[in-house]
Design a protein around this ligand. Structure first.
Ligand SMILES: C[S@@+](CC[C@H](N)C(=O)[O-])C[C@H]1O[C@@H](n2cnc3c(N)ncnc32)[C@H](O)[C@@H]1O
Length: 322
């Protein structure tokens, strides 16, 4: 059986019998004024972070959400848009779509502002999206792409890129792992479907996003996710898995390559009122400026006295220049 079929089977069961421990997140669940999330949606929170960021949601964007789960993030996105069909949820598993639709109906009874038809649920595969080119403003996926093997991951990323309008963004939350994942675990279809053994290193994930064409990358969070204990999985060392939250923006690609904002900041603190690198970065004396990793490297190579560049915080939420 293919690993994709094992994934569908696993999520078919996870739809009919909620598995509270299936994925987990240390990201606080959005609890917003007037938002009542049904308990079943919380039990079926199979994500590893959040993809709902109010800053992404100005200008009435159309959101495509891949891998609907119990529908909690669909409801949270709808909280901000409150219009029919503005949120499109796509899932490959019939049972998951059915349960998600039921949960959204339940949410309708609990939230006077919400109608289930705010969300347009569609059967479909993230590897071959049933949407036109450049038709949505936001693509969101939480804990789905990590399940894909590398060539499928590249396909999923290029599909997301294809359906996004120019300047649109892919917002994602996914596990990553810096250690070598043993092949036995990588090839274990159930572990992969459980979001435990498909995780790739951070840099490799970023590279795949930029290879797909995304020119601006914002790394919004990086958090501990799981440990795979050596004794349990019969492996040499314990494996530490983190989860990342990233926004990948379909900006035009700069000639000198993508801008990856991993949370670095530059501060000039010399005698002059400012430092100008003549490449668009004006560092006003003692004012922090968020910079992308490429700019950090270029500034560092200038070897300027009284210029401090901080390490990545992996917590970038906008601002700065590149
Ligand atoms: C780990 S769950 C995440 C659910 C949801 N995003 C959340 O955060 O709770 C993965 C979801 O992706 C769906 N799925 C699995 N393979 C898929 C595929 N190839 N295309 C679209 N959806 C898929 C599953 O049915 C399930 O709803």
């Amino acid at each position: 059986m293919s690993y994709l079929q094992s994934t569908y089977d696993l999520y078919s069961s996870a739809a009919t019998t909620p598995d509270v421990g299936l994925c987990c997140t240390t990201t606080p669940i959005w609890q917003l004024p007037g938002l009542d999330i049904p308990g079943i949606m919380l039990e079926m929170n199979y994500g590893c972070g959040s993809t709902v960021h109010p800053r992404d949601l100005s200008g009435e964007p159309t959101v495509l959400y891949l891998g609907v789960g119990g529908g909690m993030e669909l409801l949270q996105f709808a909280y901000f848009s409150r219009q029919q069909g503005k949120i499109i949820g796509v899932d490959a598993v019939d049972d998951m779509l059915e349960v998600c639709a039921k949960n959204l109906k339940l949410a309708e009874t609990r939230n006077s502002w919400f109608y289930a038809n705010f969300v347009d649920l569609r059967k479909g595969n993230a590897l071959s999206l049933p949407l036109d080119d450049e038709s949505v403003d936001i693509v969101a996926q939480n804990c789905l792409f990590n399940i894909f093997k590398q060539s499928d991951l590249d396909t999923a990323l290029s599909e997301a890129f294809r359906v996004l309008k120019p300047r649109g963004r892919l917002v994602l939350s996914d596990p990553i792992c810096e250690q070598d994942m043993p092949e036995t675990l990588r090839e274990d279809a159930d572990l992969r479907a459980l979001c435990l053994s498909g995780a790739i290193p951070f840099e490799s994930y970023i590279e795949r996003l930029t290879n797909a064409g995304f020119a601006t990358i914002e790394v919004r969070a990086r958090r501990p996710y799981r440990i795979l204990p050596a004794h349990k999985y019969d492996i040499q060392e314990h494996l530490f898995i983190e989860s990342v939250e990233i926004a990948a923006i379909k900006d035009p690609m700069p000639e000198d390559g993508p801008c990856v904002f991993s949370g670095k900041t530059a501060i000039y603190f010399g005698e002059e009122p400012y430092f100008d690198d003549k490449k668009g970065h004006l560092l006003v004396n003692n004012m922090p400026l968020a910079i992308c990793d490429k700019t950090a490297e270029q500034l560092q190579s200038l070897d300027i006295k009284h210029l401090h560049i901080t390490p990545s915080t992996y917590f970038y939420d906008g601002g700065g220049c590149c």
